[in-house]
Design a protein around this ligand. Structure first.
Ligand SMILES: *Cc1c(COP(=O)(O)O)cnc(C)c1O
Length: 388
């Protein structure tokens, strides 16, 4: 049997034993009184993790992608225009979803490895005098390239242009591992899934709506049924669901938010920053650049590592799995073979990260990459020892 634990992929992430047990529940009638004590603490916990006082949180049996669809279909109409940046495979897929829904997308394409160009967004929004653009789509952390974008800067761009567009943020690989300030950044819909920062199995789409976004639901005409937030809201008002909820997953989310909040959000973010810094130091010692173009873009939840020309990065991922039962992420889409990714979000300690670096080195050595065993591990050990 293959037992790849811990995993070093940017989702699904490692599951703490307590959360595995929280998810594994005997059947509960979701119409019985006990369900409210699972549902409401989970919703409140998510709000706290998002640093929001005013958001309305919705949990759909789905994944992060279903969260994208929830954001679009509850706020927009066919033919509406949205502004988005394509800087990696996840932002690209979200744009594709918009197109399939009949939205018009103004796409700002930047080289993969770059962040969202807020200044360019501002120019486009300022030029849109008739306010045709209804929403701005931003991928906070582009998981394909390990690039974090500055959401506060995107909000500032919208405000400087005095534009009323809503701000939708994909926080699937940031929320719960990296700082996310829904209210302060003026995020109108924040989206994530259960299997990344919340350390659970895949199965929940988590979407949080600002009052402004919630108000759009009556005028939005994109087809929706399963993802209609009005039905979900009506369900929550009577402690229930418009259909059968995955009670165990919601119980897991309640526990996951408890776990994050009791560690302290700032401590969680500091842990991920410290682990990510150790990984980056190791990567530098391997003489391999990160795919992210500059330090302010370096993600604390995933590092995408560019391998030297003439080597196939996918072989690292395959060998790690076949020989060492260890999971790394490969390059997605146009960067397949050019990079591999070390996911370091969710439930991870500095010591677990050290073992991942050691396995990556063994794989590269086995494959004849120009690497000295221990080179990266040694600097990461020094970093761990002196900063923990
Ligand atoms: C994982 C991920 C998604 C997709 O989420 P699913 O849960 O697989 O549907 C979307 N955006 C980003 C940034 C991601 O990392």
């Amino acid at each position: 049997m293959h037992n790849q634990n811990p995993v070093f992929i940017p989702g699904p992430t490692n599951m703490p034993e307590a959360l595995r047990r929280a998810v594994d529940m005997p059947t509960m009638d979701h119409r019985s009184a006990g369900f409210k004590d699972i549902l409401h603490p989970a919703l409140d916990g998510v709000k706290k993790v998002l640093k929001s006082e005013t958001a309305e949180v919705f949990l759909f049996p789905s994944t992060g992608s279903g969260g994208w669809e929830t954001a679009l279909s509850n706020t927009l109409c066919k033919g509406d225009k949205v502004l988005a940046c394509e800087n990696g495979m996840f932002s690209q897929k979200w744009i594709d979803m918009c197109l399939r829904h009949g939205l018009e997308v103004e796409v700002v394409k930047v080289e993969w490895g770059m962040g969202i160009p807020a200044a360019r967004f501002e120019e486009i929004l300022a030029a849109d005098k008739s306010h045709e653009i209804k929403a701005v789509l931003a991928t906070h952390n582009e998981t394909a390239t390990g690039v974090v974008s500055d959401i506060a800067a995107v909000r500032a761009a919208i405000n400087s242009a005095a534009h009323p567009a809503l701000l939708f943020v994909d926080g699937v690989s940031s929320i719960g591992s990296m700082d996310f300030r829904m209210d302060e950044w003026g995020v109108d819909v924040a989206i994530t899934g259960s299997q990344k920062g919340f350390m659970l199995p895949a199965g929940l789409a988590i979407a949080a709506f600002s009052p402004k976004a919630s108000a759009m639901v009556e005028s939005a005409t994109l087809p929706r049924w399963y993802f209609d937030i009005r039905d979900m809201r009506a369900g929550y008002a009577v402690n229930g669901y418009p259909y059968t909820p995955p009670v165990g997953m919601i119980n897991g989310l309640k526990m996951a938010t408890d776990m994050l909040l009791s560690e302290g959000l700032e401590n969680v973010f500091a842990r991920h920053e410290r682990i990510a810094t150790g990984v980056r130091k190791a990567v530098a010692a391997w003489n391999m650049p990160l795919y992210a173009h500059s330090p302010e873009l370096f993600s604390n939840s995933v590092s995408a590592i560019k391998t030297p020309d003439g080597y196939d990065a996918n072989q690292i991922v395959t060998l790690a799995s076949d020989k060492y039962d260890t999971a790394f992420g490969g390059g997605l889409g146009q960067v397949a073979g050019k990079l591999f990714r070390i996911g370091h979000l969710g439930s991870l300690t500095d010591m677990m990260a050290l073992s991942g670096l050691a396995v990556a080195e063994m794989c590269m050595k086995d494959l004849g990459f120009p690497i000295t065993l221990g080179a990266g591990v040694a600097v990461a050990q020094e970093h761990c020892r002196t900063s923990i």
